[in-house]
Each structure stands twice: as structure tokens, then as C-alpha cells.
Design a protein around this ligand. Sequence first.
Ligand code: TRP
Length: 446
Amino acid sequence: MLAAREHWGSRFGFIMATAGSAIGLGNIWRFPYMAGENGGSAFILIYLAVVVTFGISLVMAEMVLGRVTQRNPVGAFRALGGRGWALAGGLGVLTGFVILSFYVVVAGWTLAYIVFMAGNQLPTADPAVLGRHFSGFVGRTFSPLFAATIFMGLTAWIVAGGVGKGIERASKVLMPLLFVLLLVLVARSVTLPGADPGLAFLLTPDFSRVTIDTIISATAQAFFSLSIGMGVMITYGSYLPRNVNIPRSTLIIVLLDVGVAVLAALMVLPAVFAVGLDPSAGPGLTFITLPAVFASMPFGNLFGTLFFALLAIAALTSAVSILEPMIAWAVDEHGIGRGAATLAASLVCLLLAIPASLSFGPLSDTTLAGKTFFDWMDFLANNVMLPLGGLLVASFVGWRWAKPACTHLTNDGTLRLPWLTAWIWLLRVGAPVAIVALVWQAVSTP
Ligand code: TRP
């Protein structure tokens, strides 16, 4: 017999935890620079279209799998599809190790930047100097790893506390704090003198910059941002009591995720335009361009510190959700204690984080096909493993388990959902086509 499974204490707690998973570095670090590189609001509109079709469909599919089986990804697939399908869950657990190992590296940088900002160590508005500071810091051997270790420790501490006393409790405090910080920073950014061109860039779609690559990047961004494809939503869904309205909760979570991404773009891009910097600076936008923006505004250190705190909080609740499926798997399937499982999984991730972090310094020349260790982890996870995981969920629910899925999604017929058939066909055909296009593009462009 299994011990009784722990459940979320409240719907609010569940929504904060799940929104906490979705809202992460993907929204605040990646989304603004992707929008900046890809024609502003044209990219945002395409991203929104993907989110409301495939994104929502896949989140609901994962959640219903978890709630019905009350199991981790491996156990959920095994219970419904047998041993072959359990491998799909296994892929998810494996993907979690890969993602977390590089996620903690970038998250560690955000912790370091809180310290740099608060300690007034970046008092220049010259992007060239800030660029050298950034590459100098991430290229060091020990300090970035030390920061990643602290971040991993915080993540493990929350997860070891359990579903209710750890994850839910932390999310109920951290997420509202995140929303407040975000609103303060957006208000600051859009009222800067010279912010208008940035707002215009965000509000007038430039479809001439849209190519097939833009569409595919928007798709990848939507999947990553909604935490689809490695069983996070299966695991979080497995802590749901049976009577929750999954479609309604999904809608709230997705709206929060999209809202934060768009607000993050509204926070970053007008400020970048206001000081005359380049919005298409790529991944360095957050760590190089933004400190320049802060240096040129009154109380910049304060706003800069708040900004990196916001980023660290967003990353923390996401990292928690990447760790949890592995722990649920170890606990459910192997009877390992929660604390021991958390410690072991965290140590494995930290070990893998070493080469990921050193990819920016001592190992920057150790490449395979032009990619460093970090690049490979990022590429494999985002462009191969996560899409494949999403494909397996979509095919399983769409083709093998469609009838029960509809029964469970409607809570045995008590919810009226006029779009059920559309949902199933999006899972059967729409999502797989989008995913295959995404993987194809990723592996065929060098
Ligand atoms: N969605 C998070 C972000 O935007 C990252 C994340 C958390 C994630 N859990 C995930 C991505 C699971 C893929 C799969 O940063």
C-alpha cells in the first residue's frame, strides 16, 4: 500500500506553485530579448497564438494525466500505457536533470548580480565595460559555481520541505512578491523620458521581420515558458484533488505566464530604447544592457537590485518545479525518502553544472561541433528532449487515451466544454506537426 499522497492545501496555492513553475528565466530573461530580436509585437502575437492553441492543450493534457493517476511522470505513463510508455516518463525525469544543471548556472548569475547591484559595483553606463564585467565574471572558475551552489541549495531546501510546507508555502509568498516587483519596475521603465520608441516597437507589429524561423522560435519559447514536455505539469497535477476544474486553472496559469512575459518585455525594452541601446542584444540584454540602463537612471542601484531579485525569485520557483518530478519519481517508484532523494538529485545536478559553468571560462574552447558543454545541454534539452516529451504526451493523450481524457477533463461530464473535440485534434495533429517542424529546424540549422 502507498502512503496517502500529499495534496495542495488550496487552489490558490496550487495556482501560485504552477504559475511559479511557468514564470521563470524564460519570461524575464529570454522573452524580452527574443521579442527584441524578432520584430517586437509581431513575435509576441505569434507567441500568443501558439500559447492559446498548443500550449494550453498540452498543459491540460499533462495535468489530467497527473490528476487521474496521482503519480510522477514515470508512474503515470506506466499506469495508463504500460511499460513501454513508462519510458516517456523516464525521458521527462532525465530531461529534468539536464535542464536544472544549466538553469542553476544562469540563476546563480542573477544572485551574483543582486550583490553587484546592491554593492554599487557596476557604476557605469558603458555597455562595453559592462560586457567585459559580465564575461569576466561568468568566465571565472569558482565564483559562478559558488553562486550556482547557493541557488541549488535554496531550491533543494524548498523541495525537501514537501509539497505543502515547502513548494506551496514558498510559492504563496514569492509569487505575489514577484508581481509587485514587476509592476514597480514596469512603472519605472515606461515613465522614463524617451521610453516612447520602445513602446511603439512593442505595440506596432513589424511583420516584415517575421520568417518561418520566427514562428518556430516563438513556438519553442511558448513550450519552454509553459514548462511543457518533462512532466512538471503531470507531477503538479498529481497533487490535485479530483474535483478541481483543470481548464479554468490552466487558463489562469497561462494568463499569468503570458502576462508576466509581456510585462517583462514592457519593463525591459522601453528602458533600453530610452537610453539609446540596442534591443536586439541577445542573451546579454539582461546582464549587460540593463545594468547600463540602471546606471543612467536616478536610484538605479535600487531598481537594479530589485530587478535581479525579481529574476532570482522567478528562477527559484521554476527550479523547484524542475527538481520536483525527479523527487516524486524517487519517492513513488523507489520508496526513497524525500530528503535523501532531494540531496542526491541536487548533487548530481551540481556535478553536471560544473562543466556547464566552466563553458564560459576554462572550457570555453572545449567544443563539439562548435558548441560548448553548456550549449549542448541547452540545445538537447530545449530543442530535442522537451519537444519529444511534448510529442509523446500529445500522442498518448490524443490517440491512445482520448476518451478517458475527455471524461476526466470534464470531471465525469459535470463541466460543459464545447471545445473538447478541438482539444483532441490539436493534440493528435496540430501539436505534433508544430513540434516536428521545431525539431527539424533546430537540427538542420547549424
Ligand atoms: N518555464 C520556466 C521558465 O520560463 C522554466 C521551466 C520550469 C521549465 N520547469 C520547466 C521548462 C519544465 C521546461 C520544462 O523559465
